[in-house]
Write a protein of this length. Structure first.
Lengths: 284, 549, 317
């Protein structure tokens, strides 16, 4: 491992919440990937005799919902959906953002101006408004939600990549490579991207957090993932009526969202501290 | 005929405590309750959509009507028993009193004298004629022309007489005009463009018991009593229509007493148990004319076969849906008319939950189960989608239950829900769905006619117009529908519609589930609240409401 | 300077044009339409719906509709609502007060709490308080607003019964400041709590940067009392980047918090947006999108102009 990477890792490990978050994310990942095997029951099995069963009764560790379905099983399966959307949306955002940022930063000129204006336009839309408008107007599904959230989140990555490229473009090693006749793609791949990975990684983890949160908002409003496919967000649909009568149905999904989003936020924080020492501590 | 004021009659009744019985055709609208409410006070009606259209002739949704009932009058109204109550008219025209000509082509209506608009100007026959002219004006975006386009000419021999000359006999004419609000000619005629007049959204003027008294956008609007109302001033000083978008929140605010009347949609079935036990509250359960169905698209391969439809009906645990999902509130039904209708057929065969029979029927019809448990025939898998409005919790639960029921007999139902603005667009109108879980009200008022919805000429996907979205074609049904509209005699009409329900049930054009029962919550002490399935909003008699003294 | 200004204004207009094109396309190309709300009405027939569609011009080709709308926009005619024919500008203007009240209150909560916790955290770096604040701030950022709001309603309005469960005021009661404040408390607190995190962290970071600067060390070395050093020197300079943050967040005041308004039955712009989506009221939706975007664009433009005025290097970039 190269010296800077070792230092970065050391810094990361010192950031305790980030380390805990990694553990939590791994746990969440295992829980949701193996949801099928870990679920005590079939998440869509309706058993009206167990309607609103309290936690720890009738074999329901976390209780049952309005159709007698096991809350724990649904949480695990819903986690699959919410995390999948979060990660996939992040992937879309990173790919689109990096592409747009690279073109804008490397080629400059008209392309840069146009793309920059486009980025500004996207950033001018109040995010939740744009997301709701899109979500309300497309057929809701895992794929469409992923695309929508990704398509409204790439702008931050674009800005980061573009500014990195602008900085690096005039550096000696890039100038040298160009002088030697290396094609732009190769320059980008070998010189620019490796230096950008760090900041993009930070942006990516924060994008996952944001995506999970946004999916929950849209699903809560009724425009996101549709039942019977469960997501943590749509499990909270109509949550207000449950607080008084069956709080476990409303509390656990919200808790899961908070834990997942916080974990990714802390992870991003830790990465940022690890990769950018200037940002960290100002010695007073 | 001497005009008896409502107040005078009430005074007579208050001592005796006898509910008055009206002979049809008697002049004034008389309050039938025995107890006189006190004067003054306000009522807060909670609505889950915001009323913003104040011109009753413009396109509007049900909640707007709630406000129209306070601001405007029509010639007559339909009460909760299906009787016509004269409003702006002095009496209901009939063949007996000469109001309707023998050939059914001429209706003569005598209007009340001394009625004034909220701005003090007098109401005359000119206003009725103008209302008709405005609706028929091609430049005006009227919400409907039904009932208006049947009129060939409208004469006003004097200020208080209106004569309608119809193109051909039209049995639902009285019902249609029971719905026709009269708007002021002196305000809308001189307006540059009646579609965008201030009247429509800011300053409506009617002849109704309440005047428009202001609005806070997105929050509420206020109606204030009209002391010069022709039926006497209403008891209440003020009615406030409060907009609360979420039904659960509406219920919570009703519980805490902030809202006095849960508007149109009432209380959701899941709160019924809790609501029953609430102190200080009266619940009115009443049948609404809407029926919940599973609509089939008969243009799709699986639903063309009657055995499939029958099997689906047998495999459906209808009782569980009604008892468990809806807490036993709505009533099971086998036809398209609610039990309160005069044409209701009560002897239709009852639903039989029998999954074994379902499997047998499907086996005999040639639908064999494949390796995944789903049946198929001639290469077509018995797998279809069912759609309903997204976000309707109880419907989603119903779908989940149906999915499980039908899977048990080898039918694969996929759920594909969408927001209301999408599902009721082209998807519905142009018959792009497989099956729907939907609640439909056949018609307004008491009329059992549903020609538009089930006659083979009205398939929009084929002919471009009409509401027969299920693409159902049955010549026997077509004939019955046509006869039903032409027949004027009520007894004969009843026989036709009874037969219609029989045929539809036997053929299972759609699967009827339940007829809606609205749970309307009203704060205790509010007198004269009368649920009425014949109108589209239960604020129809706000002029009678009042608080117990 | 003038050339820079002209360039930036031109660019802003292009941005707004792109925004309107994008919004228009999404709305009109998507399934469903404004006539859907009447589809289930027993009083409107299919012919009526078609007649009304034509009257509203909805059957015309998309580009024709767009040009008509855009031309109107430029001269200040933002069209009329499909739902009730009201002028769009009026519809939006009616909702602004409620949104502004909510957002400003939430901002007040966020800024005051954020500044306070940020400053203390920076001064007492690595203390228990600092760690707790950082943790708390991050968790607050991660809670779904509507979930927090719902729990708040349940605890304060249903269990404890000390605060109302929503609305801007008691229905039908005459105006009372106390009443309004009681109704404002929960929504502003819910929204503000989530925003506190951003402000707290920014303040902390900004303060830490300044504290590390040489001139602070000089002041300390000179023996000026510690608290004075912090407040006078550090805060003044730490505030500048925060002003930028405020400028960037300002446009949000008008877009409102869509989800919070839904949970608390608050009659603001966010609520209007959700309702208009349900009705497919395109003119109102386009009006809100353009309005909110214009605010952001203008906000950015002003911020950029201020910086350009201060920093000559930018003007000539």
């Amino acid at each position: 491992m190269s010296a800077p990477s070792a230092l970065a890792l050391a810094r990361f490990v010192r950031h305790r919440p980030a380390v805990v978050s990694v553990a939590l994310i791994v746990l969440l990942g295992i829980g949701t990937i193996f949801a099928g095997r870990l679920s005590p029951r079939d998440p869509i099995y309706i058993d009206l005799t167990h309607k609103f069963a309290r936690p720890l009764t009738g074999g329901h560790l976390l209780g049952a919902d309005e159709l007698g379905r096991d809350v724990l099983s649904r949480l695990l399966h819903a986690g699959r959906v919410s995390l999948a959307v979060g990660l996939a949306a992040m992937a879309v955002a990173v790919v689109v953002g990096a592409a747009v940022g690279s073109v804008a930063g490397y080629w400059g000129g008209l392309a840069d101006t146009l793309l920059l204006r486009l980025t500004d336009a996207m950033l001018s839309f109040p995010p939740i408004f744009m997301l709701l408008a899109l979500a309300a107007f497309v057929r809701p599904s895992l794929a469409s939600m992923t695309v929508i959230i990704g398509v409204t989140s790439w702008m931050d990555v674009t800005r980061l990549v573009r500014s990195q490229i602008l900085t690096l473009r005039e550096r000696e090693f890039v100038l040298g490579a160009r002088a030697l006749g290396a094609p732009p793609a190769r320059i980008l791949a070998r010189h620019v991207f490796p230096n950008t990975v760090g900041i993009v990684a930070v942006a990516a983890t924060l994008a996952v957090a944001r995506a999970i949160l946004l999916e929950s908002y849209i699903s809560y409003l009724g425009y996101g993932i549709q039942p019977p496919l469960a997501s943590w967000g749509n499990m909270l649909n109509n949550a207000q009526s449950y607080f008084a009568t069956a709080p476990w149905v409303a509390v656990f999904p919200g808790l899961m969202i908070t834990v997942a989003v916080a974990s990714f936020n802390f992870l991003g924080d830790g990465l940022r501290d690890a990769l950018d020492p200037r940002h960290v501590r100002a010695r007073a | 005929m001497r005009q008896i004021s409502r107040r005078a009659v009430l005074k007579m009744l208050a001592g005796g405590g006898v509910a008055a019985v009206l002979a049809p055709g008697v002049a004034p609208e008389v309050v039938r309750g025995a107890e006189a409410p006190k004067r003054g006070g306000q009522v807060v009606v909670g609505l889950s959509q915001e009323p913003t259209v104040f011109n009753p002739l413009r396109p509007h949704i049900e909640v707007d009507r709630g406000v129209h009932f306070g601001l405007f009058d029509s010639l007559w109204r339909t009460d909760e028993r299906g009787q016509f109550l004269p409003n702006l008219a002095v009496e209901i025209p009939s063949v007996k009193n000469g109001g309707i000509s023998k050939n059914g082509l001429e209706y003569t209506v005598r209007l009340r004298k001394g009625v004034t608009w909220h701005d003090g100007k007098p109401f005359t026959a000119r206003d009725v004629k103008f209302t008709w002219e405005l609706v028929m004006n091609p430049k005006f975006g009227a919400y409907t022309k039904v009932g208006y386009d049947a009129i060939a000419a409208l004469e006003t021999p004097d200020d208080t007489t209106v004569r309608f000359k119809l193109k051909e006999p039209f049995a639902p004419f009285l019902t249609a005009w029971g719905d026709a609000w009269i708007v002021p000619a002196h305000i809308l005629e001189p307006a540059a463009d009646p579609n965008t007049a201030e009247f429509n959204t800011r300053s409506p003027i009617g002849t109704g018991p309440f005047k428009f008294a202001g609005r806070v956008a997105g929050d509420h609007l206020v109606l204030a009593a009209n002391p010069a109302y022709h039926g006497g001033p209403p008891y209440l000083d003020r009615i406030i229509f409060k907009y609360i978008p979420d039904l659960t929140v509406l219920y919570t605010q009703f519980k805490t007493g902030a809202v006095d009347v849960t508007g149109m949609q009432g209380i959701s079935a899941e709160f019924y148990g809790e609501a029953k036990a609430l102190p200080g509250v009266s619940l009115h359960l009443h049948h609404s004319p809407s029926v919940e169905y599973i609509y089939f698209n008969h243009g799709k391969p699986w639903f063309k076969e009657r055995p499939v439809r029958q099997a689906l009906y047998h495999a459906m645990d209808k009782r569980a849906i009604i008892e468990q999902v809806y807490y036993g509130v709505p009533k099971p039904i086998e036809g398209y008319l609610p039990s309160t209708s005069w044409a209701y057929n009560g002897s239709l065969p009852k639903h039989d939950y029998n999954p074994d029979k379902a499997r047998q029927i499907l086996d005999e019809a040639g639908w064999k189960a494949g390796p995944d448990g789903i049946r198929a025939k001639d290469g077509v898998r018995l797998s279809f989608t069912d759609s309903t409005t997204a976000g309707n919790k109880l419907r989603e639960q119903t779908q989940a239950l149906l999915q499980q029921n039908w899977r048990a007999v080898g039918v694969d139902m996929q759920i594909n829900n969408m927001p209301a603005a999408v599902i009721w667009g082209e998807f519905y109108v142009k018959s792009k769905f497989d099956s729907l879980l939907v609640g439909i009200q056949a018609s307004v008022g008491d009329d059992p006619d549903c020609l538009n919805r089930i006659h083979s000429k009205y398939i929009a996907a084929e002919t471009g117009s009409g509401r027969n979205v299920s693409q159902y074609k049955n010549p026997q049904v077509d004939k019955l529908l046509e006869d039903g509209v032409r027949e004027v005699d009520r007894a004969k009409r009843r026989a036709i519609y009874v037969k219609l329900q029989e045929v539809l049930r036997a053929d299972l054009a759609y699967l009827p589930i339940f007829s809606y029962v609205r749970i309307e919550g009203v704060k205790q002490g509010l007198l004269n609240y009368k649920p009425n399935s014949n109108v589209l909003h239960n604020t129809w008699n706000m002029y009678e409401w009042g608080w117990r003294a | 300077m003038r050339a820079y200004l002209a360039r930036r204004v031109a660019q802003s207009l292009v941005v707004l044009l792109l925004v309107s094109l994008g919004g228009f396309s999404v709305l009109h190309l998507a399934p469903g339409g404004p006539m859907a709300i009447y589809a289930m009405s027993p009083t409107m027939s299919a012919e009526d719906a078609e007649r009304l569609t034509r009257l509203l011009g909805l059957d015309q080709p998309l580009h024709v509709q767009y040009v008509k709308w855009a031309k109107g926009m430029v001269i200040g005619d933002w069209g009329r609502s499909y739902r009730d024919g009201r002028v769009v500008l009026e519809v939006i203007a009616d909702r602004i007060p409620a949104t502004v009240v909510l957002m400003l209150s939430a901002f007040a909560v966020a800024v005051l709490l954020g500044l306070a916790t940020g400053i203390v955290s920076a001064v007492r770096q690595y203390s228990l308080f600092d760690h707790a604040m950082t943790l708390g701030a991050m968790v607050a950022l991660s809670i779904p607003t509507f979930w927090l709001g719902l729990m708040g309603i349940y605890v304060f309005a249903e269990l404890l019964r000390v605060l109302p469960p929503g609305n801007i005021s008691t229905i039908g009661a005459p105006f009372s400041l106390g009443d309004r404040l009681r109704h404002l408390a929960l929504p502003a607190a819910t929204l503000g709590l989530v925003m506190v995190a951003t402000w707290s962290r920014y303040t902390r970071a900004s303060m830490l940067e300044v504290i590390g600067e040489d001139y602070i060390r000089t002041a300390r070395a000179k023996g000026v009392a510690d608290r004075l050093v912090v407040l006078k020197h550090a805060l003044k300079n730490a505030l500048l980047p925060l002003v930028t943050l405020a400028g960037l967040q300002l446009p949000l005041i008008f877009s409102g918090a869509l989800v919070t308004e839904t949970v608390f039955t608050w009659p603001g712009m966010g609520r209007l947006f959700v309702d208009s989506i349900g009705y497919r009221d395109y003119p109102v939706l386009m009006g809100i999108l353009v309005f909110a975007s214009a605010l952001v664009v203008v906000g950015n433009l002003l911020t950029d102009l201020v910086y350009a005025a201060i920093d000559p290097r930018i003007r000539h970039a």
